[in-house]
Design a protein around this ligand. Structure first.
Ligand code: F6R
Length: 638
């Protein structure tokens, strides 16, 4: 656990703890809840818990269930109130929060059904107001909430209190924010199926709890988390109202904490040890902040931004500027697999061995193109032996309409058998088939299989577009995904073994992967845990002596320029080529979450991100490229 000084926490208006992983944070919170339950039980009293749904608390619930099963933790004195529920979904709908809570927690612990309370999403419109007041009364009758667990949405919501929700708001019917509906689109197989309204406790209801704990994991939450914790409280980020609570705190993993001042710009909140990494970060930040290329930064500008001690230790500006400029310059290479027979002392990759055996992992088909399509094409062109390993089929992300269109095509040949999926199992997320869609009759199992095949065909077509033979693709169809469902994936040793076996077979010199900073419950996040686990399983193998691991970023967001270890520039033609490959994933149009510019099409988002990175390098005073794909070096031993 990171133990901050009061000094470097000075901008944080909610006490915040940063944990190495979400699992560690959840273990700590579960331990505290367990202690409260047992202490209260010994006093003959209840403990009133406010609960949340979504991806964030899944690990907390797993740990609570484990404590119940393995350590005898009793929930008989727990009374629970959930934050919210979609309006219009009945309890048994697979996406209802009622169903979620029972699947994740209530069905696995000894909490009496009479002590579980959730807003009722089926109440008739005319009775909603009364129902909400009744919910507030019930909380009061239980003696108020002792500890409320909340997650945070990218809109800044807690519960479903979207921007604009007042500090004193109470349980009510609300309209969901566009970002919230986009984030739920995958669960409902398309944004159109996401309910427009929900019932939620108000901000005031949450603030009335005696203690509130906000949890957040993954880089996608980092910006909003920093706003909630450091900016003045206000309705535009409802989670920021937690600053007004005397006993609110935040538990974050490292990726979600990345935008906090103490992590991102630590020299602004106290003295720092000016390591080369931190010096590069500070110089890069200064250059962007004062809008001057690195080589033109002046001693005076360092002084004006509170960085005089950096100059004392590593200055003057002239020397420091040149050092950081060169470091940044040396990240740029058109030879991502290393340039054969060239001096490689200042290059990100080694010249030999050449050619290299390269494995590119994609958590779902198209991830590899969105994040590193240009680099992938280069690696192949430059003669390396490239294998693209698709960890999951991506079938859950295919809208029904696409499956029906495919069914039209194959109808004449007879519909496929459903035994092809991993282990023949189809126990995972039920494929939602909208009864209003007209088309060939298709069972959910057939639909899932068609979706699976569709994505495989698209992946092969995309590789062909990059002039990579489709035989270079390996489809692992990891069981955690094929038998799982969104937000609740759980990798097991079978997943780890499948990836470890592939690595043992291919013995790579270079591995490309993504998802290191992703929400640990997302497909990319789980895939990364599996890859990491496979690294541990193969660690003793001799091929590791010659292997380097590179992480590519998600299509929506690249890293700050100072965190990039390899930058592969793309010409306009190369960028167009990458886009043409992404186009082959026809079923995925509009499936990628919107980026900050409001773009939803995967190719648009990926193009903008790669262009933004090029612009960033340009602003730092480096050569002007059309687009850049960025990579971080990753140490497989952690
Ligand atoms: C869920 C809830 C929401 C979520 C938030 C984050 O009951 O009230 O505020 O906590 O949308 O969702 P995830 O955890 O899925 O990222």
């Amino acid at each position: 656990m990171n133990s901050p000084t009061a000094e470097n926490r000075q901008r944080e208006k909610i006490p915040t703890e940063i944990f190495p992983t979400a699992d560690e944070a959840c273990r700590e919170l579960a331990r505290q809840i367990a202690l409260a339950l047992t202490t209260r039980a010994a006093e003959g009293r209840n403990f009133v818990l406010g609960l949340a749904t979504g991806s964030t608390p899944v690990r907390l619930y797993r740990e609570l269930v484990r404590l119940h099963r393995e350590e005898g933790l009793s929930f008989s004195n727990a009374i629970t109130f959930n934050l919210d529920e979609y309006y219009g979904l009945n309890r048994e709908h697979p996406e209802s929060y009622w169903r979620f809570m029972h699947d994740q927690l209530f069905d696995h612990v000894n909490i009496p059904a009479s002590q579980i309370f959730m807003p009722d999403g089926t109440v008739a419109r005319g009775k909603v107001f009364d129902g909400c007041n009744e919910y507030e009364d019930r909380i009061a009758r239980a003696g108020g909430i002792d500890l409320q667990v909340v997650g945070i949405g990218r809109s800044g919501h807690i519960g479903f209190n979207e921007p604009g929700s007042g500090r004193d708001s109470r349980t009510r019917l609300v309209t969901l924010d566009a970002r919230t509906r986009q984030d739920a689109a995958r669960d409902f197989v398309g944004e159109a199926n996401v309910p427009r309204h929900a019932l939620t406790m108000g901000v005031g209801t949450i603030l009335a709890a005696r203690e509130v704990v906000l949890l957040a994991w993954g880089e996608s939450k980092s910006v909003i988390v920093a706003q909630a914790i450091e900016r003045p409280p206000g309705e535009s980020v409802p989670a920021s109202f937690l600053q007004l609570h005397p006993h609110a705190r935040c538990l974050l993993d490292q990726a979600a904490a990345a935008e906090l001042t103490r992590i991102k710009l630590p020299w602004l909140v106290g003295p720092v040890d000016w390591t080369p990494t931190l010096a590069r970060r500070a110089v890069t930040w200064l250059s962007l902040d004062v809008q001057r290329p690195i080589l033109k930064l002046l001693d005076q500008q360092y002084g004006e931004r509170g960085m005089a001690d950096l100059l004392t230790e590593r200055g003057p500006a002239y020397n420091l500027n040149i050092r950081v400029f060169n470091e940044t310059q040396h990240t740029v290479t058109g030879w991502p697999g290393g340039k054969p027979n060239a001096d490689d002392t200042s290059r990100p990759e080694r010249a030999s061995p050449f050619p290299k055996r390269v494995v590119v992992f994609a958590s779902e088909p198209s991830d590899e193109l969105l994040g590193m399509g240009g680099t992938l094409a280069r690696l192949f062109e430059q003669g390396h032996s490239v294998t693209v390993a698709y960890l999951t089929s991506g079938s859950l992300a295919v809208p029904d309409e696409e499956a029906l269109a495919a069914a039209e095509l194959v109808a004449e040949c007879g519909l496929p058998e459903t035994t092809e999926l991993h282990g023949g199992a189809l126990s995972g997320q039920p494929t939602v088939l909208n009864p209003h869609l007209q088309g060939p009759s298709l069972s959910p199992a057939q639909a899932r299989l068609l979706k699976f095949r569709l994505r495989r065909a698209e992946a092969r077509a995309a590789l062909r577009k990059l002039k990579i033979p489709p035989e270079r693709a390996r489809f692992l169809n990891l069981p955690f995904y094929e038998n799982g469902r969104y937000r609740q994936f759980h990798a097991t040793s079978t997943d780890f073994d499948l990836v470890a076996r592939l690595l043992g077979e291919l013995q790579p010199h270079q591995i490309f992967a993504s998802g290191a900073d992703a929400d640990p419950s997302s497909v990319a996040g789980v895939c990364f845990q599996v890859i990491h686990g496979a690294f541990a399983l193969t660690r003793e193998a001799t091929w590791w002596n010659e292997c380097r691991v590179w992480i590519y970023h998600s299509p929506e967001k690249t890293w700050p320029a100072d965190q990039i270890d390899m930058a592969v520039p793309l010409s306009p033609d190369q960028l167009a080529h990458k886009t043409a490959a992404i186009f082959q994933h026809k079923s995925q149009r509009s499936q990628t979450p919107h980026n900050a510019a409001g773009e939803s099409e995967g190719w648009l988002v990926a193009e903008r991100t790669a262009r933004d990175l090029a612009r960033l390098y340009d602003r730092l005073g480096l050569a002007e490229y059309d687009a850049i794909e960025g990579f971080r070096r990753y140490s497989p031993t952690g």
